[in-house]
Design a protein around this ligand. Structure first.
Ligand code: AP5
Length: 218
């Protein structure tokens, strides 16, 4: 499976990418998770990225493209991947085309998960993540079985992301409209993207994406 998941912040890209990559033996390539791990580990890339991420701005293209090039050319990418949060600018989409052309492995599907803007604000303001394994929860929609404890790894102490404050979320949405919507247009012109209703329950969204991947309806 080689899949790109698009959509506004909070539509459920990470949630779906985790489920699909686990089920289909692919790797989950989240530029957001990779950057957060660099921030946590105090790397020079993390220090640079943090200044952009905390404000809800995009990290410069050349840093992101170098990071993606490294992952997609690694042996672990041969079993397939789900791209989550990349590409996010037309320059990133063009760079991806070159990477795929060089490797001679086209993507199977590009899926745009669609959710109403006010709903994504509600989702992000209630999101909690496990700082240990990255599992994603929601205070009301998808609470962990035991309050504050991760179902996946047992870590106690779920956290809210720095960029999930309402003001920053609203700015991330503006950045999405300005920089990432043109990427959708880039793929629509090629007839290479299909919309999925992301307002349905998690399992139904997963089933819709799988049906599109399996039946070749993109
Ligand atoms: P990133 O981490 O990629 O954030 P994002 O794209 O803004 O997306 P989110 O992770 O916020 O949302 P999601 O769609 O994954 O939703 P989730 O599944 O968590 O990027 C963060 C920052 O890093 C950027 O702002 C930028 O600075 C930088 N960055 C990253 N990539 C970059 C790039 N390529 N170029 C430049 N900069 C980059 O779900 C959200 C909530 O909803 C959860 O609580 C979940 O439980 C709940 N939920 C999910 N699905 C459902 C459902 N079907 N029904 C009800 N609730 C649901």
């Amino acid at each position: 499976m080689r899949l790109i998941l698009f959509g506004m912040p909070g539509v459920g890209k990470g949630t779906q990418a985790k489920i699909l990559s686990q089920k289909h033996g692919a790797i989950h390539v989240s530029t957001g998770d990779m950057l957060r791990s660099n921030v946590q580990n105090g790397t020079p890339l993390g220090a640079m990225a943090k200044t952009y991420m905390d404000k809800g701005e995009l990290v410069p293209d050349h840093l992101i493209i170098a990071m993606i090039e490294e992952v997609l050319s690694s042996p672990k990418a041969r079993k397939g991947y789900v791209l989550d949060g990349f590409p996010r600018t037309v320059a990133q989409a063009e760079a991806l085309e070159t990477i795929l052309w060089r490797a001679n492995v086209p993507i199977d599907r590009a899926i745009n998960i669609v959710v109403d803007e006010e709903e994504v604000v509600r989702r992000l303001s209630g999101r909690m993540t496990c700082p240990n394994c990255g599992a994603i929860y929601h205070k009301y929609n998808q609470p962990p079985k035991t309050p504050d404890m991760c179902d996946q790894c047992g870590h106690v102490g779920l956290v809210q992301r720095n960029d999930d404050k309402e003001e920053t979320v609203r700015h991330r949405l503006e950045v999405y409209h300005k920089n990432t919507e043109p990427v959708l247009e880039f793929y629509r012109k090629k007839g290479a993207i299909v919309d999925v209703d992301g307002a349905k329950p998690v399992e139904e969204v997963t089933a819709s994406i799988e049906a599109l991947v399996q039946n070749g309806k993109a």
